[in-house]
Design a protein around this ligand. Sequence first.
Ligand SMILES: *[C@@H]1O[C@H](CO)[C@@H](O)[C@H](O)[C@H]1NC(C)=O
Ligand SMILES: *[C@@H]1O[C@H](CO)[C@@H](O)[C@H](O)[C@H]1NC(C)=O
Ligand SMILES: *[C@@H]1O[C@H](CO)[C@@H](O)[C@H](O)[C@H]1NC(C)=O
Ligand SMILES: *[C@@H]1O[C@H](CO)[C@@H](O)[C@H](O)[C@H]1NC(C)=O
Ligand SMILES: *[C@@H]1O[C@H](CO)[C@@H](O)[C@H](O)[C@H]1NC(C)=O
Length: 515
Amino acid sequence: MRLGLLALPFLAATVQAADYSGPLRPQVQFSPPKGFMNDPNGMFYDAKRSIYHYYYQYNPSELVAGNQHWGHATSPDLYHWTNHPPALEPDNEDTFIFSGSAIIDSENTSGFFPDQDDGVVAIYTAHSSTKETQHIAYSTDGGYTFTKYANNPVIDSHTDNFRDPKVIWHAESQKWVMVIAWAHALKIGIFTSPNLKDWTPTSNYTQEGLPGVQFECPNLVTFPVDDADSGETTKDVLAISVNPGAPLGGSGTFYVVGQFNGTHFNSEVKEETLFDFARDNYAAQWFYGLPEDSKPVSIGWASNWDYTNEVPSGDREGWRGSATVPREQTLINVDGAWRVTQTPFQGLSPVKGDKLEKKTFNNGDVSVDFSSVESNAVYFDVTIKNLPSSDVTGELSFNFTSSASGEYLDGAVELNSGSFWINRAGTHLFTTADNDNFTGQFDTSISVSESGQFTFSGVIDRSVFEVFLEEGKQSGTMSFFPTKPLDKVTFAATGLGEDVTVDLGVWGLKSGWSS
Ligand SMILES: *[C@@H]1O[C@H](CO)[C@@H](O)[C@H](O)[C@H]1NC(C)=O
Ligand SMILES: *[C@@H]1O[C@H](CO)[C@@H](O)[C@H](O)[C@H]1NC(C)=O
Ligand SMILES: *[C@@H]1O[C@H](CO)[C@@H](O)[C@H](O)[C@H]1NC(C)=O
Ligand SMILES: *[C@@H]1O[C@H](CO)[C@@H](O)[C@H](O)[C@H]1NC(C)=O
Ligand SMILES: *[C@@H]1O[C@H](CO)[C@@H](O)[C@H](O)[C@H]1NC(C)=O
């Protein structure tokens, strides 16, 4: 928008000066230059310029949700980020730019792009206190600046609970397909369009027993599969975020697996699967326009509506809300159940730094002091091998501690009970005394593979911890807030059988914010 005297509350069309040095600032996950961030929006890959665009729900003027804009950043590799001015700003003080998606209209189906094959269209919800309608805006400069369509809204269903359009191109039917949340009705609407302007409702998806008080941020993602039973080569995953009422409390995401046939999503599973076993992974969005041979890639918001407006990075450092690491995914069949696996995109290779430890051991401790790692961020992986096929004994714990304060973040795999837990209650800048929903410990069940192995890997990054179990069959994402940096980790194995070995690797990570 043009700046004018009347537009003073929205004076945000410049890149905000950013200080990413604060001790709570993640160095590998994205966080906003200042202000408040929530859902990822509009994520697409510009193959022509080899650049990823990431937009996000953004309040540039306050440290709590409100005054929603689309913030904007780009990256060549999803780890090194450049901030840009907000891409979409409210027209007035009463209508905000809520979540949505973006596509590349290479065939000019919209008619917005007479002279180019790389026009970008953003599809988003315009939210006011009485209405949620769907709008579009187009960009002729590759996604940096947008012009709002003169004939918005493109969908008006006369309701205030209808939001978060995610649009993909459906090649079989040669149509654009939108999934969108009828938030309170607990349904996912499916619409199709030839031109992004005229939309036809084709169906609503719902399934008995799905949890949640409101649905938000649906995504429809096609995965390649090799399904011997049905001969199918692809399956579709429908991810639905719910808030409140997620199984772990507050906000969370689940998915169902089935087939999308051009008009309907037909679920093939009795039950939903939780996307994450901890509390801080919401509203994941999948990139549009990735190369054909790329796996699906998503980024989530690493927080929870139950406490996000209160976390201490706001008062201390002037920002709230970070992203998860980008995650690449596969869909696999585990004993008849379809599971999305997720592991850090490209194994974090663009930011992987020096190897701090590489060791094979049995029972005993291995400690790594990472106080000299400038980013204060570390990646580790663990493979426990030669486990017996029954009566598995022992446990392997990890403990990230602060040499200055004694605070800690710990966790363990307990092989005998088949459980895995992570715990943030040993960090003290924000605790259940500040907000009783900021619970400390998260647990999940695990299984040892047929080959007698259990693997896990993780990223700890100042105030975000992410762990990936069993080649990514499960993930646990947890924000945490220590008063002093955690700078040492101890892995301790006890009670393992004598043939069992533990392969451990620990690497420093390089900051994505330093050049
Ligand atoms: C793009 O669409 C507009 C409007 O329909 C049309 O005028 C223009 O010729 C189209 N350009 C191309 C390259 O198809
Ligand atoms: C989908 O559900 C919404 C909300 O209940 C309803 O208004 C709409 O008419 C339904 N659409 C279809 C295609 O059934
Ligand atoms: C904890 O979460 C519940 C459910 O979302 C909410 O009703 C309650 O207000 C939250 N408590 C605090 C202290 O925010
Ligand atoms: C898509 O699925 C719906 C619901 O199962 C069905 O009614 C419809 O005929 C299917 N369409 C096609 C093209 O198969
Ligand atoms: C981690 O260290 C803390 C503080 O020394 C201790 O209380 C906690 O039990 C340890 N956790 C594990 C899993 O050993």
